[in-house]
Ligand binder design. Sequence first.
Ligand code: NAD
Length: 260
Amino acid sequence: MDPTLPPSLLRGQKALIVGVANEASIATGCAQAFHQCGADLAITYQNDKARPHVMPVATAVGAEIVMPLDVTDEAQLDAVFDAIAQRWGKLDLLLHSIAFAPKADLQGGLLNSSAAGFAQAMDISCHSFLRLARRAVPLMRDGGTLFAMSYHGANKVVPNYNLMGPVKAALESACRYLAHELGPLGIRVHAISPGPIATRAASGLKEFDVLLAHAVAEAPLGQPVDILDVGMTCAHLASPLARHLTGSTHYIDGGLNIMA
Ligand code: NAD
């Protein structure tokens, strides 16, 4: 049975969640946990095709703002933050849980990745976090918390992770540098590193089922990690209980990362 989340842990906090594709998304587990802890939510969907899969999630967590957002579209980025400023006048939490790489570049090995594919993966999976943060910071007048979803392949070689390894390494480094820049404003930045979870993005990796089975077999806790596990940790990190934590990468993987 899942633990009960404290309903007032994030009461009154305003959270923007970017990365819900459907009910299986890691961002969905975070939205559920933030909602159960009393936060008010804004949720975005990538495009019209995604909308019908995102709406049931947004409705279930009572999202007050639901808007389209492709992070390559500056006008949509501005529109989302204008809506937040108008409705809430502030923002406390921003969660970036998106990644993309063209299939041929993702599956063809790092050596063969194209300059255009690498740049696109870096733009959508890493620099977009900075674009979101730049707009979030002026609304975080009372401090706040930023989250970016990474993976162990950033630091160790995970077969088939290919060009996403260097991209996630850049994302984790960006979290550290942002933590340094934003610490004086009371804004904390966390890289979150979940173990393998079966999602739509994960299905783009070659032999993901092997990775998942290996994770369960090798992790000290011996259980698959689920999206609510990620959400519960993010809720804790967003709360005053974690007020002196920033800049680190937090593994939510049953201990898998400590294994040789
Ligand atoms: P998912 O497919 O549910 O989510 C990926 C999201 O990225 C989708 O919502 C998609 O709309 C969004 N996205 C892609 N391009 C976009 C764009 N241009 N503009 C806006 N949104 C865009 O898969 P997920 O596994 O929940 O992935 C979320 C994050 O978690 C990713 O950063 C992924 O690398 C990371 N992660 C996943 C796992 C795993 O095993 N599933 C493990 C560690 C880290």
